[in-house]
Every structure is written in C-alpha cells, then in structure tokens.
Design a binder for this molecule. Structure first.
Ligand SMILES: Cc1cc2nc3c(=O)[nH]c(=O)nc-3n(C[C@H](O)[C@H](O)[C@H](O)COP(=O)(O)OP(=O)(O)OC[C@H]3O[C@@H](n4cnc5c(N)ncnc54)[C@H](O)[C@@H]3O)c2cc1C
Length: 331
C-alpha cells in the first residue's frame, strides 16, 4: 500500500499558503486527555522520532503496538532538520492518528522554514487529522549548540510559532521547557520569562527536556509559579529518559546542554565497567532503576504526568512503567 495514499500536501495542493487551515476533525487536547481517568498513579506519554529506514520503521511500529495496549495519554513524534525526515514525521504522525488508538502530537520546528512553509506544514498536519502540535524553535542544523539564525522569512522564537499555529485555527499547542535552563539563556530568570511568554502566547502545556536530578524540575516549577501563577498552573510535563547506553546518554546530554549529576554518572560508569565495550545490560539495569526512582519522586511531588523518551523501543519504558504499577496491558 502506498504509505502516502490520501496524503494531501498543502504545498502543492489547493491552498499552498493558508491564512486559515481547514480542520476536518479535532483531536482531544493534551490538557483534556490528561484530565481523563487513567490507570496507575499518573498518566504517561511517549516520544518517538522519525525512523531512518524501513527496518527502523518496522521497529517503531512494533513499539507503537506495545504502547497502544498500555494506553498512553498521548504519543509525540519529533521533527528533524532534513526534508525526508520531515516528510516521515508528517506521514507517520498521520498514520498514528488514522491507524492506531493513540493520540499523536506532531512536533514542528522553525528551522529552515519561512512563515509560508510553516503554515503549509500546519496545513499538512491538519489534513492528517492532527490538531495537537508541539511548537519549537529547533536547533541550528549540524551544530545544535551553535549560533541560531532564523530563516529570512521565518520566525525567531518558539513564542512566534505558537502564535502562528494558534492563528491558523483550532490547534492545541505545547512547548518545550528546560529544567536546567536552555543552553543559550543567559540565566534562569531569562529562561523562565521566555517560557512564560510562550505559555501566554497560547501554549497549553510544556514538556521538559530530559533531566537526571528531580530538583531541577521542582525549581523550574517553583520559578514558573512565582513568575506567573496562571501560566504556572498549566501542565509542566517532565521528560524522562530511561538510559540504556552510557555513550548515547552522554552524547544526548552534550547536544542538549543538559547535565548528568556526579552521583548518577558514577552509578552509570560503575555499571559500564572498564572493558573495551560498555556493559550494556548492566547500564540498562541502572538506567531503569534511575528512571523508576525519578518517576516515583516526581509522582510524589504531584506531577501531571510522565513523558518518556522511548528511542522507538518499548521495552525499557515498559519496565519502568511496570515498576511504577502503570503497565496495565489491555487485550
Ligand atoms: C520536549 C522537547 C521536544 C523537542 N523536540 C524537538 C524536535 O522535534 N525537533 C528539534 O529539532 N528539536 C526539538 N527539541 C529541541 C529544541 O528545538 C531546542 O532545545 C531549541 O534549542 C530550543 O527550542 P525552544 O522551542 O525551546 O526555543 P525558544 O523557546 O525559542 O528558546 C530558544 C532560546 O531563545 C531564548 N528566547 C526565546 N524567546 C526570546 C526572546 N523573545 N528574546 C530573547 N531570547 C529569547 C530562550 O530563552 C532560549 O534560550 C525539543 C526539546 C524539548 C525539550
């Protein structure tokens, strides 16, 4: 079957650069979904990324089918820098909407896009039945920590993208938040102000960057509530990465500007051993312990839900959920 069958590209379709987008259906919003009854202490959600090839796509779908039976509140699909990756994000997010019982959220970044192209992309999502969008600035392609230059006809910040998406129709928008502060923010106060600005622009919730010290999350929550109680009441969803490889998590942390606390690093390094290759089984076991401990503390601290970076695998996240008593599989 042609995976693109029924897929209307706004950029070549009836209305290339819409001022308003026609939405044939409206998904429940994430805020609505989080308030629905759920099994376990809090709802959970899962992040996927667009697979690079057919084998990776098959793996993703296997994970999707496992998660589907565990009833996540929503799943999200990241948005890459390149054209083909972007096409895959749109196609697979649409398939998740049509072919599964999951509620997909599509990420969208401002990287290398003019305003017209961003509008067209939102139109493409609307054509797929998607009305939940995570609005992000994105990182400079090639060097995520490098200098950011907006597209000459594009937007500068995620805040502008939130407005753009909201102006296009009845979309539900989320944004990113950074427990340790975004790596380009001069200080945490500036960082908090920009998050408040995104929420005031119409974002309904935020999902945090992964972190390995719950205190970072709690301090961000405090700063947010102090800066603006109304915006601080919106869901601040913690992003959790069950670590399965020391090398991978070190790279991810380096690229995102986050940090691994010394005690966490010590546990992971000890598990990795001093052989030529890290002991993946031992690292994985510690990674699952860490994610479980963090999740337990976050639940005790009253988080609205937990968002897991799955790396397109179901197993590690399922094990954490099982330990949290949130692994209710439904036939
Ligand atoms: C949950 C989550 C999901 C993500 N998904 C993706 C993805 O799918 N694809 C991808 O490429 N990347 C993704 N990212 C990474 C993200 O795009 C980068 O971290 C990016 O550097 C910041 O994006 P943002 O939306 O927070 O940007 P912004 O909110 O625009 O902030 C970027 C920087 O600009 C500053 N800033 C914002 N507004 C102003 C202003 N008006 N004046 C001065 N400074 C300002 C902020 O303080 C910050 O330092 C994700 C991150 C998270 C946490």
């Amino acid at each position: 079957m042609d995976p693109l069958a029924g897929w209307t590209l706004w950029s070549v379709g009836r209305c290339p650069y819409p001022e308003q987008v026609t939405q044939t259906q409206r998904q429940p919003s994430i805020v609505e979904r989080l308030s629905e009854p759920h099994s376990g202490p809090v709802p959970f959600s899962v992040e996927f990324f667009p697979p690079r090839d057919e084998a990776a796509e098959e793996r993703l779908w296997r994970a999707v089918r496992v998660f589907e039976r565990m009833h996540p509140a929503f799943v999200s699909m990241t948005y890459g820098a390149g054209g083909s990756t972007r096409d895959r994000t749109a196609r697979i997010t649409g398939q998740l909407e049509r072919e599964t019982t999951l509620l997909p959220v599509a990420h969208l970044t401002a990287v290398n896009h003019s305003v017209d192209e961003l509008r067209a992309m939102v139109g493409t999502y609307a054509d797929q039945g998607i009305s939940n969008i995570l609005a992000l600035r994105g990182d400079p392609p090639g060097d995520p920590l490098g200098d950011w230059h907006r597209h000459p006809q594009g937007v500068a910040y995620a805040e502008d993208l939130v407005r753009l998406v909201r102006d296009l129709g009845d979309f539900h928008v989320g944004v990113a938040s950074f427990p340790e502060g975004h790596h380009r923010s001069p200080d945490l106060e500036h960082d908090t102000r920009q998050l408040v600005a995104k929420l005031r622009a119409g974002a309904e919730y935020s999902i945090t960057q992964m972190f390995f010290d719950v205190e970072f999350y709690l301090r961000l929550r405090d700063r947010l509530v102090a800066a603006d109680p109304e915006q601080g009441a919106k869901p601040l969803i913690p992003g959790i990465m069950p670590v399965t490889s020391l090398a991978t998590v070190r790279r991810m942390v380096e690229l995102s500007g986050a940090s691994i606390p010394a005690d966490v690093e010590r546990r992971l390094v000890h598990a990795a051993g001093d052989g030529p290759e890290e002991d993946r089984q031992a690292v994985r076991a510690v990674g699952i312990d860490l994610a479980t401990e963090m999740s337990q503390r976050l639940i005790a601290e009253g988080v609205p839900s937990l968002h897991f970076c799955s790396m397109n695998f179901a197993k590690a996240t399922s094990e954490v959920l099982e330990r949290l008593g949130m692994d209710v599989l439904v036939a």
